[in-house]
Design a protein around this ligand. Structure first.
Ligand SMILES: [Ca+2]
Length: 119
């Protein structure tokens, strides 16, 4: 690859997208033309943890060498806020999804409203 552009990232998918307590979240993304691909994540607005995303067939990424990279965020307790972003870098720059900020997931949030407190 010799294109003089930053990497491209597409098809970012979290599985499951609504994790339950202590259920790991596998994040995958299709990345083209990158030297390094990282998954940045944090819990409860804490400091980022950087996990390398791999296209090795052993990272929840499907087949090795198919351009889809994966990494796993460890499971968290119910109610935890997990935020993550995918960053890919080559000699020409860094791309990220989302472009700014993070994608947010609340563990155990199954949709709909929580029962109202009666006390
Ligand atoms: Ca792959």
């Amino acid at each position: 690859m010799s294109t003089a552009t930053p990497p491209t990232i597409s098809d970012v998918v979290a599985s499951p997208d609504q994790p339950q307590a202590f259920e790991p979240v596998v994040v995958t993304a299709r990345v083209d033309d990158a030297d390094t691909v990282d998954l940045l994540s944090n819990v409860a607005l804490g400091a980022d943890t950087t996990l390398p995303m791999a296209d090795d067939g052993a990272s929840g990424d499907g087949a090795a060498g198919d351009g889809v990279y994966g990494a796993t965020i460890p499971g968290q307790d119910t109610g935890a806020l997990i935020r993550y972003r995918v960053e890919a870098t080559n000699d020409e720059g860094t791309a990220s999804v989302p472009a700014t900020g993070y994608t947010s997931v609340i563990v155990g949030a199954t949709g709909g409203c929580r029962p109202a407190s009666t006390s």
